[in-house]
Design a protein around this ligand. Structure first.
Ligand code: CA
Ligand code: CA
Ligand code: CA
Length: 462
Protein backbone atom coordinates (compact mmCIF):
# COMPACT_ATOMS: atom_id res chain seq x y z
CA UNK A 1 0.00 0.00 0.00
CA UNK A 2 1.29 3.44 -0.82
CA UNK A 3 2.28 5.87 1.89
CA UNK A 4 -0.44 8.22 0.75
CA UNK A 5 -3.01 5.45 1.11
CA UNK A 6 -1.81 4.74 4.62
CA UNK A 7 -2.34 8.35 5.54
CA UNK A 8 -6.01 8.20 4.56
CA UNK A 9 -5.86 10.82 1.84
CA UNK A 10 -4.70 13.62 4.11
CA UNK A 11 -3.62 15.63 1.10
CA UNK A 12 -7.29 16.13 0.36
CA UNK A 13 -8.01 17.28 3.89
CA UNK A 14 -5.04 19.59 3.86
CA UNK A 15 -6.42 21.17 0.70
CA UNK A 16 -9.72 21.68 2.48
CA UNK A 17 -7.96 23.40 5.37
CA UNK A 18 -6.20 25.70 2.95
CA UNK A 19 -9.48 26.74 1.43
CA UNK A 20 -11.14 27.16 4.82
CA UNK A 21 -8.29 29.16 6.31
CA UNK A 22 -7.45 31.47 3.47
CA UNK A 23 -11.06 32.27 2.78
CA UNK A 24 -10.51 31.71 -0.93
CA UNK A 25 -13.33 29.17 -1.01
CA UNK A 26 -16.33 31.49 -1.20
CA UNK A 27 -18.88 28.69 -1.26
CA UNK A 28 -19.84 29.19 2.40
CA UNK A 29 -18.82 27.02 5.36
CA UNK A 30 -17.91 23.38 4.74
CA UNK A 31 -20.88 21.02 4.91
CA UNK A 32 -20.19 18.70 7.87
CA UNK A 33 -22.33 16.00 6.24
CA UNK A 34 -20.13 15.95 3.15
CA UNK A 35 -17.75 12.99 3.64
CA UNK A 36 -15.04 14.87 1.73
CA UNK A 37 -14.87 17.24 4.66
CA UNK A 38 -13.84 14.49 7.06
CA UNK A 39 -14.41 15.11 10.72
CA UNK A 40 -12.67 18.47 10.96
CA UNK A 41 -13.39 21.88 9.63
CA UNK A 42 -11.01 23.73 11.93
CA UNK A 43 -7.23 23.96 12.04
CA UNK A 44 -5.95 21.22 14.39
CA UNK A 45 -4.30 21.68 17.73
CA UNK A 46 -0.64 20.71 17.41
CA UNK A 47 1.56 18.90 19.93
CA UNK A 48 5.26 18.13 19.44
CA UNK A 49 7.13 16.13 22.08
CA UNK A 50 10.90 16.13 21.46
CA UNK A 51 13.22 14.12 23.69
CA UNK A 52 16.96 14.69 23.94
CA UNK A 53 19.42 12.06 22.68
CA UNK A 54 16.90 9.21 22.52
CA UNK A 55 18.21 6.71 19.99
CA UNK A 56 15.72 4.87 17.81
CA UNK A 57 16.46 1.20 18.39
CA UNK A 58 14.70 -0.41 21.31
CA UNK A 59 14.07 2.69 23.38
CA UNK A 60 10.28 2.59 23.00
CA UNK A 61 10.17 -0.84 24.68
CA UNK A 62 9.88 0.75 28.14
CA UNK A 63 7.18 3.24 27.04
CA UNK A 64 3.80 1.41 27.04
CA UNK A 65 1.72 4.59 27.17
CA UNK A 66 3.55 6.11 24.23
CA UNK A 67 3.20 2.88 22.25
CA UNK A 68 -0.54 2.66 22.87
CA UNK A 69 -1.13 6.28 21.91
CA UNK A 70 1.28 6.57 19.00
CA UNK A 71 2.02 3.06 17.69
CA UNK A 72 -1.46 1.58 18.11
CA UNK A 73 -3.41 4.79 17.49
CA UNK A 74 -0.98 6.45 15.07
CA UNK A 75 1.76 5.84 12.50
CA UNK A 76 5.39 4.94 13.22
CA UNK A 77 7.97 6.35 10.81
CA UNK A 78 10.54 3.59 10.85
CA UNK A 79 13.15 5.30 8.66
CA UNK A 80 13.46 8.74 10.27
CA UNK A 81 16.62 10.77 10.74
CA UNK A 82 17.82 14.05 12.17
CA UNK A 83 19.55 15.78 9.26
CA UNK A 84 22.04 17.37 11.67
CA UNK A 85 22.34 15.05 14.69
CA UNK A 86 22.84 17.62 17.42
CA UNK A 87 20.42 19.41 19.79
CA UNK A 88 20.25 22.99 18.63
CA UNK A 89 20.65 22.51 14.86
CA UNK A 90 18.09 19.69 14.91
CA UNK A 91 15.55 21.70 16.89
CA UNK A 92 16.00 24.67 14.53
CA UNK A 93 15.30 22.19 11.72
CA UNK A 94 12.07 21.10 13.43
CA UNK A 95 10.94 24.72 13.78
CA UNK A 96 11.89 25.92 10.29
CA UNK A 97 11.68 22.85 8.04
CA UNK A 98 15.13 23.81 6.78
CA UNK A 99 18.47 22.08 6.59
CA UNK A 100 21.18 23.58 8.81
CA UNK A 101 22.92 25.19 5.83
CA UNK A 102 19.76 27.25 5.37
CA UNK A 103 18.58 28.02 8.92
CA UNK A 104 22.16 28.80 9.96
CA UNK A 105 22.11 27.15 13.38
CA UNK A 106 25.15 24.97 12.83
CA UNK A 107 26.24 24.78 16.47
CA UNK A 108 24.61 24.54 19.86
CA UNK A 109 25.38 28.17 20.68
CA UNK A 110 24.10 29.54 17.38
CA UNK A 111 20.40 29.55 18.23
CA UNK A 112 20.14 33.30 17.54
CA UNK A 113 21.07 32.62 13.89
CA UNK A 114 17.59 31.23 13.34
CA UNK A 115 15.30 33.95 12.00
CA UNK A 116 12.28 33.74 14.31
CA UNK A 117 10.02 34.75 11.43
CA UNK A 118 10.94 31.49 9.69
CA UNK A 119 9.89 29.31 12.63
CA UNK A 120 6.69 27.43 13.49
CA UNK A 121 5.83 29.36 16.70
CA UNK A 122 5.77 32.60 14.73
CA UNK A 123 3.70 31.20 11.87
CA UNK A 124 1.23 29.51 14.21
CA UNK A 125 0.85 32.53 16.45
CA UNK A 126 0.21 34.70 13.38
CA UNK A 127 -2.44 32.20 12.26
CA UNK A 128 -4.29 32.66 15.55
CA UNK A 129 -2.87 29.79 17.58
CA UNK A 130 -2.15 30.06 21.27
CA UNK A 131 1.43 28.82 21.63
CA UNK A 132 3.19 27.28 24.62
CA UNK A 133 6.53 25.69 25.36
CA UNK A 134 7.59 23.33 28.14
CA UNK A 135 11.25 22.35 28.53
CA UNK A 136 14.16 23.33 26.31
CA UNK A 137 13.84 25.93 23.58
CA UNK A 138 16.87 25.69 21.32
CA UNK A 139 19.92 25.70 23.53
CA UNK A 140 22.97 27.61 24.63
CA UNK A 141 23.25 31.32 25.09
CA UNK A 142 19.50 31.97 25.03
CA UNK A 143 19.32 30.72 28.63
CA UNK A 144 15.85 30.65 30.17
CA UNK A 145 14.51 33.95 28.94
CA UNK A 146 11.02 34.15 27.44
CA UNK A 147 11.22 32.21 24.16
CA UNK A 148 10.07 34.25 21.16
CA UNK A 149 6.52 33.76 19.91
CA UNK A 150 5.30 31.65 22.83
CA UNK A 151 2.31 32.93 24.83
CA UNK A 152 2.93 30.57 27.74
CA UNK A 153 6.22 29.00 28.70
CA UNK A 154 7.94 26.81 31.26
CA UNK A 155 11.48 26.99 29.98
CA UNK A 156 14.49 25.41 31.61
CA UNK A 157 18.12 25.04 30.73
CA UNK A 158 21.24 23.24 31.82
CA UNK A 159 21.52 19.54 32.27
CA UNK A 160 20.44 18.49 35.73
CA UNK A 161 17.13 16.83 36.54
CA UNK A 162 16.69 17.89 40.16
CA UNK A 163 16.95 21.53 41.33
CA UNK A 164 16.58 22.66 37.73
CA UNK A 165 16.49 26.43 37.03
CA UNK A 166 13.18 27.12 35.31
CA UNK A 167 11.30 30.18 34.13
CA UNK A 168 7.55 29.67 34.53
CA UNK A 169 5.66 32.33 32.59
CA UNK A 170 8.19 35.01 33.51
CA UNK A 171 8.96 33.90 37.05
CA UNK A 172 12.33 32.25 37.66
CA UNK A 173 12.28 29.30 40.03
CA UNK A 174 14.39 26.33 41.05
CA UNK A 175 12.28 23.21 40.64
CA UNK A 176 13.19 20.75 43.37
CA UNK A 177 11.47 17.69 41.95
CA UNK A 178 12.39 15.70 38.89
CA UNK A 179 12.26 17.83 35.74
CA UNK A 180 10.32 15.32 33.62
CA UNK A 181 7.64 14.90 36.30
CA UNK A 182 7.27 18.68 36.61
CA UNK A 183 7.20 19.26 32.85
CA UNK A 184 4.41 16.70 32.43
CA UNK A 185 2.27 18.56 34.97
CA UNK A 186 2.95 21.93 33.35
CA UNK A 187 2.17 20.64 29.86
CA UNK A 188 -1.13 19.18 31.11
CA UNK A 189 -1.93 22.44 32.89
CA UNK A 190 -1.40 24.44 29.68
CA UNK A 191 -3.69 22.10 27.73
CA UNK A 192 -6.45 22.50 30.32
CA UNK A 193 -5.92 26.25 30.14
CA UNK A 194 -6.16 26.19 26.33
CA UNK A 195 -9.31 24.11 26.36
CA UNK A 196 -11.06 26.68 28.53
CA UNK A 197 -10.95 28.83 25.39
CA UNK A 198 -11.95 26.18 22.95
CA UNK A 199 -12.44 28.51 19.98
CA UNK A 200 -8.68 29.03 19.66
CA UNK A 201 -6.39 26.27 18.31
CA UNK A 202 -3.23 25.66 20.31
CA UNK A 203 0.38 24.65 19.69
CA UNK A 204 2.28 22.98 22.51
CA UNK A 205 5.98 22.18 22.20
CA UNK A 206 7.24 19.88 24.95
CA UNK A 207 10.99 19.27 25.05
CA UNK A 208 12.20 17.36 28.13
CA UNK A 209 15.94 17.10 28.72
CA UNK A 210 15.51 13.35 29.17
CA UNK A 211 17.20 11.00 28.45
CA UNK A 212 20.30 13.20 28.01
CA UNK A 213 23.14 12.87 30.53
CA UNK A 214 23.63 13.26 33.50
CA UNK A 215 21.75 10.04 33.96
CA UNK A 216 19.56 10.86 36.97
CA UNK A 217 16.35 8.82 36.79
CA UNK A 218 13.37 9.76 38.91
CA UNK A 219 13.63 8.15 42.35
CA UNK A 220 10.78 5.73 41.68
CA UNK A 221 12.60 4.36 38.62
CA UNK A 222 16.13 4.48 40.02
CA UNK A 223 16.33 0.71 40.32
CA UNK A 224 13.77 -0.24 37.67
CA UNK A 225 14.41 -3.37 35.65
CA UNK A 226 15.02 -2.70 31.96
CA UNK A 227 15.84 -4.91 28.96
CA UNK A 228 19.54 -5.66 28.43
CA UNK A 229 21.49 -3.71 25.81
CA UNK A 230 21.97 -5.93 22.79
CA UNK A 231 24.96 -4.87 20.72
CA UNK A 232 24.38 -5.24 16.97
CA UNK A 233 26.98 -6.08 14.34
CA UNK A 234 28.08 -2.43 14.17
CA UNK A 235 28.79 -2.47 17.91
CA UNK A 236 30.77 -5.67 17.49
CA UNK A 237 32.93 -4.34 14.63
CA UNK A 238 36.53 -4.92 15.61
CA UNK A 239 38.39 -3.79 12.48
CA UNK A 240 37.72 -0.09 11.86
CA UNK A 241 40.88 0.42 9.79
CA UNK A 242 38.58 1.10 6.81
CA UNK A 243 37.19 4.17 8.54
CA UNK A 244 38.53 7.74 8.90
CA UNK A 245 41.16 8.19 11.61
CA UNK A 246 38.82 10.12 13.90
CA UNK A 247 36.88 6.91 14.52
CA UNK A 248 39.83 5.39 16.32
CA UNK A 249 41.34 8.65 17.58
CA UNK A 250 38.24 10.00 19.32
CA UNK A 251 38.38 9.06 22.98
CA UNK A 252 35.04 10.56 24.03
CA UNK A 253 33.00 8.11 26.07
CA UNK A 254 29.81 8.28 28.09
CA UNK A 255 30.64 5.16 30.03
CA UNK A 256 29.89 1.51 29.64
CA UNK A 257 27.08 0.93 27.07
CA UNK A 258 24.94 -1.23 29.36
CA UNK A 259 25.01 1.43 32.10
CA UNK A 260 24.15 4.31 29.77
CA UNK A 261 21.40 2.24 28.16
CA UNK A 262 19.91 1.25 31.51
CA UNK A 263 19.85 4.81 32.83
CA UNK A 264 18.44 6.23 29.62
CA UNK A 265 15.58 3.72 29.66
CA UNK A 266 14.83 4.61 33.29
CA UNK A 267 14.70 8.28 32.30
CA UNK A 268 12.34 7.37 29.46
CA UNK A 269 9.95 5.69 31.90
CA UNK A 270 9.35 9.18 33.31
CA UNK A 271 8.87 10.52 29.78
CA UNK A 272 6.21 7.83 29.30
CA UNK A 273 4.44 9.19 32.38
CA UNK A 274 4.71 12.70 30.91
CA UNK A 275 3.07 11.48 27.70
CA UNK A 276 0.27 9.96 29.81
CA UNK A 277 -0.33 13.19 31.71
CA UNK A 278 -0.47 15.18 28.49
CA UNK A 279 -2.94 12.83 26.84
CA UNK A 280 -5.22 12.62 29.86
CA UNK A 281 -5.59 16.39 29.48
CA UNK A 282 -6.03 16.12 25.70
CA UNK A 283 -8.62 13.35 26.02
CA UNK A 284 -10.63 15.62 28.33
CA UNK A 285 -10.41 18.31 25.64
CA UNK A 286 -10.24 18.09 21.88
CA UNK A 287 -8.47 14.81 21.13
CA UNK A 288 -10.13 14.27 17.76
CA UNK A 289 -8.60 17.41 16.34
CA UNK A 290 -5.11 17.22 17.79
CA UNK A 291 -2.18 16.48 15.49
CA UNK A 292 0.59 15.06 17.69
CA UNK A 293 4.21 14.04 17.14
CA UNK A 294 6.73 12.20 19.30
CA UNK A 295 10.38 12.28 18.32
CA UNK A 296 13.97 12.74 19.46
CA UNK A 297 16.36 15.52 18.39
CA UNK A 298 19.16 13.09 17.50
CA UNK A 299 20.32 9.55 18.09
CA UNK A 300 23.22 8.30 20.17
CA UNK A 301 25.92 5.74 19.45
CA UNK A 302 26.58 3.30 22.25
CA UNK A 303 29.81 1.79 21.03
CA UNK A 304 28.89 1.14 17.39
CA UNK A 305 32.13 1.28 15.35
CA UNK A 306 33.78 2.03 18.71
CA UNK A 307 32.05 5.42 19.02
CA UNK A 308 30.06 7.01 21.82
CA UNK A 309 28.74 9.97 19.91
CA UNK A 310 26.10 11.98 18.16
CA UNK A 311 27.34 14.63 15.65
CA UNK A 312 28.60 11.87 13.34
CA UNK A 313 26.99 10.47 10.18
CA UNK A 314 26.58 6.85 11.28
CA UNK A 315 23.13 5.30 11.58
CA UNK A 316 22.76 5.20 15.38
CA UNK A 317 23.71 8.89 15.57
CA UNK A 318 21.21 10.11 12.96
CA UNK A 319 18.30 7.64 13.34
CA UNK A 320 15.47 8.95 15.54
CA UNK A 321 12.13 7.66 16.76
CA UNK A 322 9.32 9.57 14.99
CA UNK A 323 5.63 8.83 15.43
CA UNK A 324 2.52 10.81 14.58
CA UNK A 325 -1.16 10.59 15.46
CA UNK A 326 -4.27 12.49 14.45
CA UNK A 327 -7.48 10.48 14.82
CA UNK A 328 -9.25 9.86 11.48
CA UNK A 329 -6.45 11.60 9.55
CA UNK A 330 -3.33 9.53 10.23
CA UNK A 331 -3.76 5.79 10.07
CA UNK A 332 -3.73 3.90 13.35
CA UNK A 333 -1.34 1.00 13.86
CA UNK A 334 0.59 1.69 10.66
CA UNK A 335 4.27 1.77 9.83
CA UNK A 336 5.61 4.15 7.20
CA UNK A 337 9.07 3.26 5.90
CA UNK A 338 9.69 6.37 3.81
CA UNK A 339 12.90 8.25 4.47
CA UNK A 340 11.69 11.18 6.57
CA UNK A 341 13.35 13.70 8.86
CA UNK A 342 13.07 16.36 11.53
CA UNK A 343 12.78 18.97 8.75
CA UNK A 344 9.46 17.42 7.68
CA UNK A 345 7.56 18.50 10.82
CA UNK A 346 7.17 22.18 9.91
CA UNK A 347 5.76 21.60 6.40
CA UNK A 348 3.42 18.91 7.77
CA UNK A 349 2.06 21.21 10.46
CA UNK A 350 1.85 24.28 8.26
CA UNK A 351 -0.02 22.28 5.64
CA UNK A 352 -2.47 20.93 8.20
CA UNK A 353 -3.01 24.41 9.65
CA UNK A 354 -3.46 25.99 6.23
CA UNK A 355 -0.43 28.24 6.58
CA UNK A 356 1.50 29.35 3.52
CA UNK A 357 5.21 29.76 4.33
CA UNK A 358 6.84 33.07 3.46
CA UNK A 359 8.72 33.12 0.14
CA UNK A 360 11.58 34.64 2.11
CA UNK A 361 12.12 31.32 3.95
CA UNK A 362 11.77 28.41 1.52
CA UNK A 363 11.05 25.10 3.23
CA UNK A 364 13.37 22.19 2.46
CA UNK A 365 11.33 19.40 4.10
CA UNK A 366 8.24 17.59 2.82
CA UNK A 367 4.86 17.14 4.45
CA UNK A 368 4.52 13.71 6.02
CA UNK A 369 0.86 13.90 4.97
CA UNK A 370 1.78 14.14 1.29
CA UNK A 371 2.77 11.28 -1.02
CA UNK A 372 6.34 12.63 -1.30
CA UNK A 373 8.94 9.89 -1.20
CA UNK A 374 12.64 10.77 -1.20
CA UNK A 375 15.28 8.66 -2.91
CA UNK A 376 17.99 10.14 -0.68
CA UNK A 377 18.51 12.73 2.02
CA UNK A 378 21.26 15.13 3.03
CA UNK A 379 22.94 14.83 6.42
CA UNK A 380 25.37 17.56 7.46
CA UNK A 381 27.41 18.77 10.42
CA UNK A 382 29.47 21.93 10.33
CA UNK A 383 31.62 23.68 12.93
CA UNK A 384 31.86 20.47 14.95
CA UNK A 385 33.04 21.63 18.35
CA UNK A 386 34.00 18.26 19.78
CA UNK A 387 37.76 17.90 19.71
CA UNK A 388 38.82 15.53 16.96
CA UNK A 389 35.48 15.36 15.13
CA UNK A 390 35.70 16.77 11.61
CA UNK A 391 32.92 18.53 9.72
CA UNK A 392 31.07 16.39 7.20
CA UNK A 393 28.23 16.07 4.72
CA UNK A 394 26.61 12.83 3.67
CA UNK A 395 24.10 11.44 1.18
CA UNK A 396 21.97 8.70 2.74
CA UNK A 397 19.72 6.49 0.63
CA UNK A 398 18.19 3.13 1.34
CA UNK A 399 20.95 1.47 -0.67
CA UNK A 400 24.09 3.46 0.12
CA UNK A 401 25.71 6.14 2.26
CA UNK A 402 28.38 8.45 0.87
CA UNK A 403 30.14 10.80 3.28
CA UNK A 404 32.75 13.49 2.84
CA UNK A 405 34.73 14.87 5.78
CA UNK A 406 36.12 18.38 5.68
CA UNK A 407 38.86 20.14 7.56
CA UNK A 408 37.43 22.63 10.03
CA UNK A 409 38.12 26.19 8.96
CA UNK A 410 39.33 25.54 5.41
CA UNK A 411 36.58 23.14 4.32
CA UNK A 412 39.22 21.08 2.49
CA UNK A 413 38.22 17.51 1.72
CA UNK A 414 39.88 15.10 4.18
CA UNK A 415 38.31 11.66 3.71
CA UNK A 416 35.48 9.92 1.95
CA UNK A 417 33.38 6.93 2.91
CA UNK A 418 31.02 4.79 0.89
CA UNK A 419 28.91 1.95 2.30
CA UNK A 420 26.79 -0.39 0.19
CA UNK A 421 23.92 -0.65 2.66
CA UNK A 422 22.23 -3.46 0.71
CA UNK A 423 25.15 -5.86 1.16
CA UNK A 424 26.55 -4.15 4.29
CA UNK A 425 23.63 -2.76 6.35
CA UNK A 426 25.80 -2.26 9.45
CA UNK A 427 28.40 -0.16 7.61
CA UNK A 428 31.31 -2.45 8.41
CA UNK A 429 33.29 -2.00 5.19
CA UNK A 430 34.02 1.43 3.74
CA UNK A 431 34.53 0.64 0.06
CA UNK A 432 36.76 3.73 -0.22
CA UNK A 433 38.98 2.53 2.63
CA UNK A 434 39.62 -1.09 1.69
CA UNK A 435 42.53 -0.63 -0.76
CA UNK A 436 40.47 -2.24 -3.50
CA UNK A 437 39.70 0.21 -6.33
CA UNK A 438 37.63 -2.40 -8.18
CA UNK A 439 34.65 -2.06 -5.82
CA UNK A 440 34.71 1.75 -5.66
CA UNK A 441 31.53 3.66 -6.57
CA UNK A 442 31.37 6.41 -9.21
CA UNK A 443 33.04 9.12 -7.16
CA UNK A 444 32.60 11.83 -9.73
CA UNK A 445 28.80 11.65 -9.81
CA UNK A 446 28.51 11.15 -6.04
CA UNK A 447 30.83 14.09 -5.37
CA UNK A 448 28.88 16.30 -7.76
CA UNK A 449 25.56 15.29 -6.23
CA UNK A 450 26.77 16.01 -2.70
CA UNK A 451 28.26 19.33 -3.80
CA UNK A 452 24.92 20.33 -5.30
CA UNK A 453 22.68 19.32 -2.42
CA UNK A 454 24.96 20.82 0.23
CA UNK A 455 23.68 24.21 -0.92
CA UNK A 456 20.15 23.21 -1.98
CA UNK A 457 17.21 25.47 -1.19
CA UNK A 458 13.52 24.62 -0.89
CA UNK A 459 11.90 22.30 -3.42
CA UNK A 460 15.24 21.46 -5.10
CA UNK A 461 16.41 19.78 -1.87
CA UNK A 462 16.20 16.03 -1.49
CA1 CA B 1 20.27 16.10 21.72
CA1 CA C 1 35.39 -2.49 9.21
CA1 CA D 1 37.37 0.05 -2.59
Amino acid sequence: MSAGGRLLGCGLLVTIFLVACTGSGSEGPPDPDDPANGTSDAAPNVLIIVTDDQRAEGTLDVMPTLRRLFEEEGTSFTNAVATTPLCCPSRAGIFTGQYSHNHGVTRNNKGPEMDERSALPHYLQEAGYRTALVGKYLQGILGIKRPPNFDDFTISGGLKYYERPTNVDGKQRIIARHATDFMGDMAARYIRRFEERDDQPWFLYVAPNAPHKPFEPETKYAEAEVPAFEPDEAALETDVSDKPPYVTDTDFTLGEPQTVWTQQLRLLMSVDDLVGKIFRAIEAGDEENTLAFYMSDNGLMLGEHGLFAKRVPYHQSVAIPLLARWPDHIEAGAEDDRMVANIDLAPTIMGAAGIEPSAEFPIDGRSLLSDARRDRILLEEYENTVHGLPDWASILSNSYQFTEYYEKGTGDLMYREYYDLESDPFALENLLGDDDPDNDPDLQSLGEDLDAIRSCVGAECP
